[in-house]
Design a protein around this ligand. Structure first.
Ligand code: PGA
Length: 250
């Protein structure tokens, strides 16, 4: 069985002193060999995080990456730069970027390719909005998001991507999807991914994200087909994040 992956997404929070305190607490926690922890920090803090986590098993990820490899793209950060400062993972297509920055499925396919070319592990975020959920359009939305982002990749590269199912209505709302909804959707995503990867190879792991907290993490992480969690708010608090990590290790 693959290691469960617990990814913290700090979003636009923190500062040097607060990050240092948070990482010191995470570093001092006992580590089990059966899960992997990643923290996704704002770009300006990535290098400090990598330096502070040197010698620990916790990996660092970015929250976004530019599609082009280099050039006249003011304010953007290339995948090779993220790799250069020691990042191993990068979120691609978080709903906050899709909604607030107009990121399209087509753009996300290019971002995935750039991340992979730089040797990063991209975490492709997919998920339906509240209206789409209410309309019963979840599976259609996910199918479109998955196919348009993953089909342009060479099929042998798809297995290097991680997928995160993040229902938009569950993000930051305190209202996670129920284990039964998560089970149904993850089974659907897995089937979609099996249709994309070459026959006989394993589909990408699928994380759940959206109001994962210490009190629901064990139930969500125990759902078949849930390979880990993408945690926003609770990743900013060391004791909450470590409680979720503990649920992954249990
Ligand atoms: P949340 O955020 O845990 O605060 O709901 C999850 C995410 O946006 O990745």
């Amino acid at each position: 069985m693959m290691k469960k992956l617990i990814v913290g997404n700090w979003k636009m929070n923190g500062n040097l002193a607060a990050n240092e305190r948070l990482l010191a607490a995470l570093k001092s926690a006992p580590v089990a060999a059966d899960y992997q922890v990643v923290v996704c920090a704002p770009h300006v803090y990535l290098m400090a995080c990598v330096q502070q986590l040197r010698g620990s098993l916790i990996q660092v990820g970015a929250q976004d990456v530019a599609a082009p490899a280099a050039g006249p793209y003011t304010g953007d950060v290339a995948a090779s730069m993220l790799a250069d400062v020691g990042c191993r993972y990068v979120l691609v297509g978080h709903s906050e970027r899709r909604l607030a920055h107009g990121e399209t499925n087509h753009l996300l396919a290019r971002k995935l390719a750039s991340a992979l070319a730089a040797g990063l592990v991209p975490i492709l975020c997919v998920g339906e909005t509240e209206t789409e959920y209410a309309l019963g359009a979840t599976m259609a939305v996910l199918r479109l998001q998955l196919r348009s982002a993953l089909l342009p990749l060479p099929t042998d590269q798809v297995g290097r991507v991680i997928v995160a199912y993040e229902p938009v209505w569950a993000i930051g709302s305190g209202l996670a999807a129920s284990p039964s909804v998560v089970g149904r959707v993850h089974a659907f995503i897995r089937q979609e991914l099996m249709d994309i990867v070459p026959a006989g190879s394993s589909p990408p792991p699928v994380l759940y994200g959206g109001s994962m907290k210490p009190d629901n993490a064990a139930a969500l992480l125990a759902v078949p087909g849930v390979d880990g969690g993408l945690i926003g708010g609770a990743s900013l608090d060391a004791s909450q994040f470590l409680a979720i990590v503990g649920a992954a290790a249990a």
